[in-house]
Ligand binder design. Structure first.
Ligand code: AMP
Ligand code: GLY
Length: 419
């Protein structure tokens, strides 16, 4: 089969590598891909949000199956668009992708189905925010409705912060929506629970924990993720049962009842408080960098799994895991998540000898005249499998220090909670 993978991050490099290993694969195309995917697939540099252009590329290259990495094309309706044109594609419909695209959509489902989540109020104007502040205690979480690349959420300890951030949202700082959600702050431990879903089955696809803050000891600005590890030791069998029965199953059942069944990856972001799960958010894709620590642990042929979801035959597949654990640490360009430089040379990558069971996934890189340059804030994901997180981390850090990229920085405390 000819496969196309949409996206250009570390997640897509990890997917591309795993797909390329499948015996069913003839050609893999990465649209647009990055420096890493250019070595194992053919990169096609087009704007994938231009669906008509994308469709032409799909027809021209006789692509049999499309795998969508990031959320924007899903929320914009890429699956509906391609299915209408009889292209096989993995991922949720535009309607179902609202699970990530609209926080108010999710909150309404939670309310109707008694799904445990932070108590909340949807506000459309500042007077509603002021009224809510009178009767609720701080801290409060203010969230822009719609997607905002991880920047639309602020945990506010002071009334003034709530009002300032709310004003910015109402003024349209986050273009996708001018609505906001005020939410109770839940103190607990975060957990990411992944599944792959079709009409008939929800299959567990690993757990992970990531580190969103840019600085060590969880300080500084929020980022897309500075590192992650899988599996997450906090996930016990009784907790998993609660997550499925109280949160994921009611959500999937609700969509099915609406005749809009869910299909694709489902990333459930949770806060665990007193051994009970609360839904923080859904994402309709794999996490980045969580995907990079889950796929190396998976024994199954990933293409078979994704095709089964598209065919609604997931229940025929049993997931098999390697015994090993996995961790990744992200090498970022100095300045990230604020301003940072691009086009910085990564030439020494060619000479870096890596350990067995180590993968370096490219995130923000590109290939130019045969050489690799940086092309984003999160540049490389140093990833490794092993038997102990402590060992894995020390080997990754050793390799990152040897690499010694003068334009970059990374956190040395990934996994502190479990080490
Ligand atoms: P979200 O975009 O909804 O995932 O929020 C980004 C991050 O903000 C989450 O990963 C949490 O760390 C934090 N967060 C969001 N909502 C809450 C909440 N209700 N209580 C505590 N922390 C939260
Ligand atoms: N690492 C968080 C995310 O992918 O949303």
């Amino acid at each position: 089969m000819n496969i196309a993978i949409i996206g250009n991050g570390g997640r897509e490099h990890a997917i591309c590598q795993k797909i390329a290993e499948s015996s069913k694969v003839k050609n893999v195309y990465s649209i647009p891909g990055n420096g890493g995917t250019s070595k194992i697939s053919k990169n096609i540099d087009i704007d994938y949000l231009d669906f008509n252009k994308l469709y032409k590329v799909i027809v021209k290259n006789k692509i049999d199956f499309v795998i969508v990495g990031p959320e924007q094309p899903l929320i914009k309706g890429i699956v509906d668009f391609l299915k209408k044109r009889r292209v096989k594609v993995f991922g949720p419909s535009k309607y179902a992708a609202q699970l990530e695209g609209s926080k108010s959509f999710v909150k309404k489902i939670c309310k109707k189905n008694k799904i445990p989540t932070a108590s909340f109020k949807i506000c459309k104007k500042i007077s509603e925010v002021k009224k809510f502040l009178q009767s609720n205690k701080l801290p409060l979480v203010v969230k822009a409705d719609g997607i905002a690349a991880g920047k639309g959420v602020m945990i506010c300890k002071k009334q003034k912060e709530v009002l300032n951030f709310s004003e910015q949202i109402f003024k349209g700082r986050f273009k996708s929506s001018k609505k906001l959600i005020l939410e109770e702050f839940i103190e607990g431990e975060e957990l990411s629970y992944f599944s792959i879903v079709d009409k008939n089955k929800i299959t567990f696809l690993g757990s992970a924990q990531d580190h969103k803050r840019v600085g060590e000891n969880e300080t500084g600005l929020n980022t897309g993720g500075m590192g992650a590890y899988s599996p997450a030791p906090i996930l016990t069998k009784p907790l998993e049962k609660k997550i499925l029965n109280k949160i994921i199953k009611p959500t999937i059942k609700f969509l099915k009842k609406k005749k809009k069944p869910y299909s694709g990856f489902l990333y459930t972001g949770l806060m665990i408080k007193n051994k009970n799960p609360y839904l923080i958010e859904y994402n309709v894709r794999m996490g980045d960098p969580e995907c990079q620590v889950i796929l190396p642990r998976l024994k199954n042929d990933l293409l078979n799994l994704l095709l089964a979801s598209e065919n609604n035959t997931l229940k025929k597949i049993k997931i098999k895991w390697k015994k090993e654990k996995c961790m990744t640490i992200v090498l970022c360009a100095k300045g990230y998540p604020g301003e940072y430089k691009k086009n910085l040379s990564l030439e020494q990558l060619d000479h870096l000898k890596i350990f067995e069971k180590m993968h370096i996934f490219h995130a923000g890189t590109k290939k130019l005249n045969g050489k690799i340059f940086s092309n984003g804030g999160r540049v490389l994901n140093f990833t490794m499998l092993g038997n102990s997180f402590l060992n894995i981390r020390s080997k990754i850090l050793k390799k990152m220090r040897t690499f010694n990229w003068k334009h970059g920085f990374f956190r040395k405390d990934i996994g502190w909670r479990i080490l």
